[in-house]
Design a protein around this ligand. Structure first.
Ligand SMILES: [Zn+2]
Length: 398
């Protein structure tokens, strides 16, 4: 579990390099402050500045020159499921292609699992997220695909995060294979009624083998009508209308964007929609990576997330995603670190995380490294020293 700050004021001092993501406060795009300090009280940051200027506090933590960053914000994850698909992964690495239909294997295992089993698995993944420095994560349903199983997935997810996403429209389940429109009616009807009280977001997998653009519009519109905020899985498997639908519907984020045309990038750049790139998915399906540098050059806001799921990206490690994004998506280390913190916060429309600033949540991590660049420079090495998280206030749905 992450550390929590005690009562009274706690000062973190002798921070070798502090990533604030506040360019008005520090230098460069990450707003770096060297030889920095910060003060935390009641779970919020109350002061940020130079170590030499830091006043007295009730508790002092000496970082001895380490790097401190805002906790990572993972804006795309599917941690509520049972079973695993290691065999499918091995077959894929032996040459078979990834298809959206593999989701049904996890659906069968999830439906058969008890609440206790799902809760225990979720707890394990939550502690993995924390160990990798993630302090805010999104959790989608989408492996239940019945009214009961979608609702219980969200109810369990809400026990560990405020950022819950209703993804009844993950794939058409086997029992509706002959009548997908009837499944869309369920997703926008009784299933939505049962799930909306437990969710903040609504999502749809708009791609080959999943849902078409018109179905995606219908599903997102129904969720918006119920007060949910839209986000979307778009353009993972092929060029398509997913990004256009995201922008049209005012989605906070279009996720994957593996195949994006220049026109798609122009649409994103002119919108409030973030492109969330998921390097673990390309890595684990041996697919071509999107060129993040091209997105950034076009003026698109980019987030990085784990896409933690048993089929196509079974990782909980944001440092891994940063390293792959730098190596294979052509991001600079600065860009990747920004996208894994401030970018993720934008994708979740959050201003209180992903930044080290007065008033922000005291969600922080320190690295056993002299620079944030080491996250990509030393791939596969566990550099996370300590992780702090302000108390969560999980909502208990009626
Ligand atoms: Zn996903």
């Amino acid at each position: 579990m992450p550390d929590t700050f005690g009562s009274g004021a706690t000062a973190l001092v002798s921070i070798g390099s502090l990533v604030t993501n506040d360019p008005f406060h520090g230098t460069g795009p990450l707003g770096l402050i060297t030889d920095a300090a910060l003060v935390v009280e009641d779970g919020r940051i109350t002061w940020v500045g130079s170590s030499a200027d830091c006043g007295p506090a009730d508790h002092v933590i000496d970082l001895d020159g380490r790097v401190v960053l805002p906790g990572f914000v993972d804006s795309h994850a599917h941690p509520v499921f049972a079973g695993d698909r290691a065999g499918e992964f091995a077959a894929r690495m032996a040459g078979e292609q990834y298809a959206a239909g593999g989701i049904r294997t996890t659906v069968a295992a999830t439906r058969a699992a008890t609440d206790e089993d799902l809760r225990a698995r979720l707890a394990r993944l939550t502690s993995e997220f924390h160990a990798s420095g993630i302090t805010t994560f999104e959790a989608k349903s989408g492996y239940g695909l019945t009214v009961h199983d979608e609702q219980r997935s969200l109810r369990l997810a809400r026990e560990v995060t405020d950022e819950t996403t209703y993804l009844g429209a993950h794939v058409v389940p086997q029992e509706f294979a002959d009548d997908p429109e009837a499944y869309v009616s369920l997703v926008t009807g009784a299933m939505l009624d049962a799930c909306a009280p437990h969710a903040r977001w609504i999502d749809v997998f708009c791609d080959r083998g999943a849902f078409g653009a018109d179905q995606a519009r219908t599903i997102l519109a129904a969720g918006i009508e119920r007060g949910l905020l839209p986000r979307i899985h778009a353009n993972q498997l092929q060029h398509g209308d997913g990004i256009r639908v995201a922008v049209e519907m005012g989605a906070a984020s279009a996720d994957h964007c593996t195949f994006a045309s220049d026109e798609d990038l122009a649409l994103l750049a002119d919108s409030g929609t973030v492109a969330t790139l998921l390097p673990g998915a390309e890595f684990s399906t041996r697919s071509p990576y999107p060129d993040a540098r091209r997105f950034i050059a076009a003026g698109v806001t980019v987030a990085l997330a784990t896409d933690c799921n048993p089929g196509s990206s079974y990782t909980t490690s944001m440092p891994f995603c940063i390293a792959v994004a730098v190596r294979d998506m052509h991001m600079t280390p600065d860009q990747a670190v920004w996208s894994a913190t401030a970018g993720g916060a934008r994708a979740l429309r959050r201003e209180d995380v992903g930044v080290v600033a007065v008033g922000a949540r005291a969600d922080l991590l320190s690295l056993n490294a002299p620079s944030h660049t080491h996250l990509a420079y030393r791939p596969g090495v566990d550099l996370v020293d300590r992780v702090w998280q302000a108390p969560l206030t999980p909502k208990v749905a009626p």
